[in-house]
Design a binder for this molecule. Structure first.
Ligand code: COA
Length: 169
């Protein structure tokens, strides 16, 4: 299977925040942003694997900034690491200033997708080769995040989380 780079899976979704997508104080509802992130991430995972993909876990989401009604929100997704059948997808969320057009980072998130066949059984995915410094950092840290997610899901024992343990030594 031919290796891919994060660029190959790059997915960008830009859309407005409408009144029905806001909370009582006029900022974007978190669930609406999560839905947009899940869509962008699933397209990125599909572009990497060219298979059916399912969300296996939401590893991390940080709602750092409020996103006001009327904002132009861009969700950018890349596969940051591929394992056997699973892929970590990194999401960067940007909002843009109406007058200057300058983008600022509002939030970020990390999801895990698994490629499956028509019966829902996991299937192998291509390797991912990171290119830039940021891609290399995200690729390296993905192993820790995978161990944390599997540990919290009860799918590995604490003694198997070697990368996580190394953080505290
Ligand atoms: C995700 C799913 C396919 C995993 O199937 P499974 O039978 O647990 O398969 P395995 O244990 O062999 O795991 C398959 C891969 O998923 C990864 N995985 C499973 N649970 C995970 C979790 N919580 N966090 C990170 N990775 C996980 C495993 O590490 C493995 O990765 P690898 O092949 O790269 O090593 C299965 O649980 C599923 O279909 N879940 C429902 C998905 C869904 O419907 N999502 C939408 C929610 S509405």
């Amino acid at each position: 299977m031919e290796s891919k780079t994060p660029k190959d899976s790059r997915t960008v979704i830009t859309d407005l925040v409408l009144p029905s997508e806001t909370n009582p104080i006029g900022n974007m509802f978190g669930g609406e942003l999560l839905a947009r992130m899940d869509r962008a991430a699933s397209i990125a995972a599909r572009r990497h694997s060219r298979r059916i993909v399912v969300t296996a876990s939401v590893n991390h989401v940080a709602f750092n900034k409020m996103i006001p009604l009327g904002s132009v929100v861009t969700v950018e997704a890349h596969v940051s690491r591929a394992f056997k059948s699973s892929m970590e997808v990194f999401l960067d969320i940007w909002i843009e200033d109406r007058e200057s057009g300058m983008r600022s980072k509002a939030n970020e998130g990390i999801y895990t997708f698994v490629a499956v066949d028509e019966m829902g059984s996991p299937v192998p995915v291509p390797k991912l080769i990171p290119e830039t410094t940021l891609e290399k950092e995200r690729h390296a840290a993905a192993l820790r995040r995978r161990q944390l997610s599997l540990l919290l899901a009860g799918k590995i024992a604490p003694k198997e989380a070697t990368e996580l343990k190394a953080l505290f030594e």
